[in-house]
Write a protein that binds this ligand. Structure first.
Ligand code: GLU
Length: 482
């Protein structure tokens, strides 16, 4: 038993992911509902989930909804749906919550008052302008404890500040980053309660974590500057701090933090565009972390078994949309045809013949990178296509274009209607005209589909049927004439 008889205390191993493991570990994901679910949040949630699952712990979902002006109930459902999509199911016994930060306001205030009563916090009546002026006059970067000894009690407009130590260091043991040292002289006496008595984020976040028995705070690195203050709060409130882990942020190609304005960051967008959850999960989890072996394509079971915070790199991770797309393509190709057809269903327009789609599916599955791309490739099988005029000009401006169409039309009037025979007859016509086979599909494809590229032609014609194929070929031939 560690010193002090406290099962959760074993300072020798502070900074390792298992150092509080005498108790069942409790991880948490604490999003602020903002209207969309950031891919970086998904990554943090997944890491918490992987560890909670592997270590036999809990994953607590806490909605940090104290910014009343910005909260909407439907966003909370959005978070739960997004989590479920990436496999973090509220029905799983590992999942706990959701809890709502706003429901705990009394606890936050009570904790703050305790700190005040114990002399660990004090009221301050300085306005931001006064603080700015004085800081400028004294040549200091910010608030320098000026109300510490005023002996003020609570009152309108007065904020409650935490008294940070003046000397020494606060050392954060971070599983990803190792020991991170903060000189206490750089830690401002930060605000716990606003002038209107409302708790600030740093306080609410810590009180909730304590209240919910959280043992592991795994979050994005952008919160690291808050961590020494939060650690001091944990201690001031009489608790051993949790295991900290700050994972590097995701950046774009320009090495800038991913932002909604610049980058595609909403998980919902990827979902709507036909990304597979499994591909997204795999991709996010292998950003800044690699599984053993030489493949990055790893199923969740392996991730859950092998993911270690200790192995996460320290540098920001490049969220490469193109690589994610390639991952998605690989995942699509790994599906059975039946799975692929079922997964495409939300993107298949109502007027499509499902049986035709299912027959064409194997040909589409090898060519698409997202589920949403599949159905549009064969739209010409279900409706008159719009003509891409550039494609028309390219395909129909050859000296042999008209002759090729004539030959194919004649052959197709009587050929057995199956792909191989259609292919053979077309080739015979092209060869007789001495046309390069690479070019000779053009007029036929453009005539029937309105486009230069698409799924394998002759299989498509089989589905389109003799009558409709001939009608379109003849129409194209007539247009060429005109
Ligand atoms: N609500 C905070 C955020 O969404 C989370 C803070 C934390 O994980 O401690 O950024």
């Amino acid at each position: 038993m560690p010193a002090g008889g406290d099962a959760r205390r074993s300072p020798g191993r502070a900074g390792s992911v298992t150092h509080l493991m005498d108790a069942a570990p409790r991880f948490r994901f604490a999003p602020s509902p903002t209207g969309y679910f950031h891919v970086g949040g998904a990554r943090t949630a997944l890491m918490n989930w992987a560890l909670a699952k592997r270590l036999g712990g809990r994953f607590v979902l806490r909605i940090e909804d104290t910014d009343e002006a910005r909260n909407r109930p439907e966003w909370v459902q959005g978070i739960i749906d997004a989590l479920a999509w990436i496999g973090i199911s509220a029905d799983d016994p590992t999942f706990e919550g959701p809890y709502f930060q706003s429901a705990n306001a009394e606890l936050h205030v009570a904790a703050a008052e305790r700190l005040y009563v114990e002399g660990k916090a004090y009221y301050c009546d300085m306005t931001p302008e006064e603080i700015q002026e004085r800081a400028k006059a004294e040549g200091v970067p910010g608030y320098a404890g000026w109300s510490r000894d005023k002996g003020l009690g609570p009152g309108p407009g007065r904020v409650l500040r935490f008294r940070t130590p003046d000397d020494g260091e606060t050392v954060v043991h971070d599983v990803v980053r190792g020991e991170v040292r903060f000189a206490n002289s750089t830690l401002e006496d930060f605000v716990l309660l606003r002038g209107n008595g409302k708790p600030m984020f740093l306080l609410a976040n810590v009180v909730d974590d304590i209240e919910m028995g959280i043992t592991h705070v795994l979050r994005a690195e952008e919160h690291l500057p808050n961590t020494p203050k939060q650690q001091l709060l944990w201690q001031a409130l009489g608790h051993e701090p949790p295991v900290w882990a700050h994972v590097p942020v995701l950046v774009n190609q320009q090495r800038k933090k991913l932002s909604k304005r610049r980058d595609k960051v909403a998980l919902e967008n990827y979902r709507e565009e036909g990304y597979l959850a499994a591909a997204m999960v795999n991709y996010l989890m292998t950003l800044g972390w690699s599984p053993k072996g030489d493949t990055e394509i790893v199923p969740w079971e392996v991730i859950e078994r092998e993911f270690r915070l200790e192995d996460v790199t320290h540098s920001p991770a490049f969220f490469d949309e193109r690589k994610l797309l390639a991952f998605n393509g690989e995942y699509i190709r790994a599906m059975s045809v039946e799975e692929f057809v079922a997964a495409c269903e939300p993107w298949i327009p109502p007027h499509y013949d499902r049986a035709v789609f299912a027959r064409m599916a194997p040909l589409l599955q090898t060519r698409v990178q997202t589920l949403a791309e599949a159905a549009p490739q064969i739209d010409f099988l279900f409706a008159e296509p719009a003509m891409d005029e550039a494609a028309w000009n390219k395909a129909m401006s050859q000296p042999w274009s008209a002759k090729l169409l004539d030959g194919v039309i004649e052959a197709y009037e009587s050929v057995p209607w199956e792909a191989e025979a259609l292919n053979e007859q077309w080739r015979r016509v092209a060869e007789a005209l001495d046309v390069k086979l690479r070019l000779a599909q053009g007029p036929v494809r453009v005539a029937v589909s309105g486009r230069m590229v698409g799924p394998p032609l002759f299989e498509s014609l089989v589905e389109l049927g003799r009558e409709e194929t001939l009608r379109r070929l003849r129409a194209a031939r007539a247009r060429l004439e005109g």
